[in-house]
Design a protein around this ligand. Structure first.
Ligand SMILES: Cc1cc2nc3c(=O)[nH]c(=O)nc-3n(C[C@H](O)[C@H](O)[C@H](O)COP(=O)(O)OP(=O)(O)OC[C@H]3O[C@@H](n4cnc5c(N)ncnc54)[C@H](O)[C@@H]3O)c2cc1C
Length: 161
C-alpha cells in the first residue's frame, strides 16, 4: 500500500466519522428526543464538539457557555509574533456556529457543576440544566511548579510558549 500523508489520513478519517452519523441520533443515546447538551468552553474542543453534535442530529439542543465573545486561536499565534499575520487574523467569531449550525451561546463564566442536579452555575448565579455536559475549558498554568517561574515573569521576561 502506498504511504498515506497526514492530510489524506485526516480526510479518510473525516469521511468515516461523517458516514457513521446516520447511526447516531438523539434517540439512540438520550431518553428525551430533544436533549440539551451544554458545553463549557467554546475553544477548539468545545466548538468542534458542538458543530458535530448538530450535524449528527439537529434535534439536539446544544449550548456553549463561553467567557469571551470572540475566540483567539493559539495555533498560528507565533506568526503574530513574527509579524506575518495580525491579531485580527487569529480572532474568530462564533457567527458560523450560531447561524449555520444553530448552536446557542451564553457568554459568561461557569463557576461550578452540580452533577447530581444536572446543572451548571454561572458567575452571575444563573443556573443552566443539561441532559449531557461536555467540559472543555482548556488548560491553565500552575506557575509555582517551575522554580523561578511566576505569572508576572511569564508575562514579562520569559513567555511560557
Ligand atoms: C502559544 C500556543 C501556540 C499553539 N500552537 C499550536 C499549533 O500551532 N498547532 C496546534 O495544533 N495547537 C497549538 N496550540 C495548542 C492549541 O491551541 C490547543 O490544543 C487548543 O486550543 C486546545 O483547545 P481547547 O478547546 O481544549 O482549549 P482552549 O482553546 O483553551 O479553549 C477553552 C475555552 O474555554 C473557555 N473557558 C475556560 N474556562 C471557562 C469557564 N469557567 N467558563 C466559561 N468558559 C471557559 C475559555 O475562554 C476558552 O475559550 C498552541 C497553544 C498555545 C498556548
Amino acid at each position: 500500500m502506498p504511504p498515506i500523508n497526514r492530510r489524506e489520513f485526516v480526510k479518510v478519517l473525516g469521511a468515516g466519522v461523517i458516514s457513521s452519523f446516520p447511526f447516531f441520533s438523539a434517540k439512540t443515546v438520550f431518553a428525551n428526543a430533544h436533549p440539551h447538551v451544554v458545553i463549557v468552553g467554546g475553544g477548539t474542543g468545545g466548538a468542534t464538539a458542538a458543530k458535530y453534535l448538530k450535524l449528527a442530529d439537529p434535534n439536539i439542543k446544544v449550548t456553549i457557555v463561553e467567557r469571551n465573545e470572540m475566540y483567539h486561536r493559539c495555533y498560528g499565534s507565533n506568526e503574530v509574533l513574527t509579524g506575518h499575520v495580525s491579531m485580527d487574523d487569529i480572532t474568530i467569531s462564533y457567527d458560523a456556529l450560531k447561524n449555520i449550525y444553530g448552536v446557542n451561546f451564553i457568554f459568561g463564566s461557569v463557576v461550578s457543576v452540580e452533577p447530581n442536579a444536572q446543572r451548571i452555575i454561572l458567575k452571575d448565579r444563573t443556573k443552566l440544566s443539561y441532559d449531557r455536559l461536555i467540559v472543555s475549558p482548556g488548560i491553565d498554568f500552575i506557575w509555582d511548579n517551575i522554580d523561578g517561574q511566576t505569572e508576572i515573569v511569564a508575562n514579562t521576561s520569559i513567555p511560557h510558549a
